[in-house]
Design a protein around this ligand. Structure first.
Ligand SMILES: NC(=O)c1ccc[n+]([C@@H]2O[C@H](COP(=O)([O-])OP(=O)(O)OC[C@H]3O[C@@H](n4cnc5c(N)ncnc54)[C@H](OP(=O)(O)O)[C@@H]3O)[C@@H](O)[C@H]2O)c1
Length: 290
């Protein structure tokens, strides 16, 4: 089998380049010598050593410049938009018309192909993109450390996580492990052409997370299990738009019902190394909760 022709120098457009996965993907691709264009809403990255472009999903006038000369792209949806497909599907068509031939989409384990939103984008990539991968990670460990995330903020403020997850367990995963899988999907000679369900090494409940954070930080952290409606109200009270809060609360209900209680071998199979445990993650980020 012959290697595919590299178009546009193999340049990779990374959307969400300042985010949890995007930041890490940009630095790994740069280390590997892959030409990268980092897309952010501000149009730059700290340090300024990587080619950058201003990109906003909601502003179609920013799309052509982002796509010029690109062969591959990493796609992450606009934040807190309940159905991002209306913005993402036309962009994928535009990318195809401009010579993009490989795309890697960050979706979620909770979102099956073909369902509204990310699931529709997933289906479009499989059907339309010559080379494609959809990443379906479980929930990110970073949610607990990020002060902009409602869990990260509430842990810092009140030592409390309020969820509708009950005793349900989740295969929490470090975003860096997801990014490592993304880098392989973007750079491997042979496209993965599949969906990867990605988890960390253990399924843990939010009570377990609270216990680990208490032990590691030396500050009491609690988990309060509430109904789906109460979880939604809690997220709205923190400033989240109501439709997105509803969506997240319903996902928490699926966790309560066991939907995320699993671990997969994707990280070790694709990257050749073991995924990080939450205990290890918490120790590495301990300073961020002090
Ligand atoms: N967090 C989880 O537990 C979890 C679990 C499974 C799947 N996911 C998926 O992961 C994605 C979010 O990841 P994350 O929570 O780690 O967030 P993140 O990547 O740290 O932050 C979101 C990124 O999206 C960019 N963005 C937001 N709105 C945009 C817009 N209108 N135009 C262009 N860029 C925009 C932001 O860019 P700027 O820097 O320019 O603001 C930011 O870099 C979502 O698609 C979610 O479905 C998350």
């Amino acid at each position: 089998m012959t290697a595919p022709q590299r178009q546009n120098g193999g340049r990779v457009l990374v959307i969400g380049a300042a985010g949890n996965t995007g930041r890490y993907i940009v630095s790994r691709l740069t280390e590997l010598g892959v030409p990268v264009r980092a897309a952010t809403r501000q149009g730059g990255l700290p340090g300024g050593s990587v080619e950058a472009v201003r990109f906003d999903w909601a502003d179609a006038t920013s799309h052509d410049a982002a796509l010029a000369g690109v062969e591959r792209m990493y796609l992450i949806a606009p934040r807190e938009v309940e159905d991002p497909s209306a913005l993402m599907l036309p962009f994928i068509e535009r990318a195809l018309a401009r010579g993009v031939r490989r795309a890697v989409l960050l979706s979620a384990s909770a979102i099956p192909e073909g369902t509204p939103g990310h699931g529709t984008v997933h289906q479009a990539l499989r059907e339309r993109m010559p080379e494609w991968t959809v990443l379906q990670p479980s929930w990110f460990m970073q949610n607990f450390a990020d002060p902009k995330h409602h869990f990260g903020a509430a842990i810092r403020r009140d030592g409390l996580m309020v969820t509708a997850t009950g005793q349900g367990r989740v295969g929490f995963v470090d975003a860096h492990d997801i990014a490592e899988v993304a880098v392989r999907a973007l750079t491997d000679e042979r496209a993965h052409d599949t969906a990867h369900v990605i988890t960390g090494p253990q399924a843990l409940g939010y009570d377990d997370i609270a216990a680990i954070l208490t032990r590691v930080t030396g500050r009491p952290v609690r988990h309060q299990a509430v109904s789906t409606d109460e979880a939604q109200r809690f997220m709205e009270a923190g400033g989240m738009p109501a439709p997105y809060a509803r969506f997240l609360a319903q996902l928490e209900e699926t966790i309560r019902n066991g939907a995320e209680d699993r671990v997969t071998q994707t990280v070790s199979r694709v990257t050749g190394r073991e995924p990080r445990s939450f205990e290890d993650f918490a120790r590495a980020h301990a300073a961020s909760w002090r």
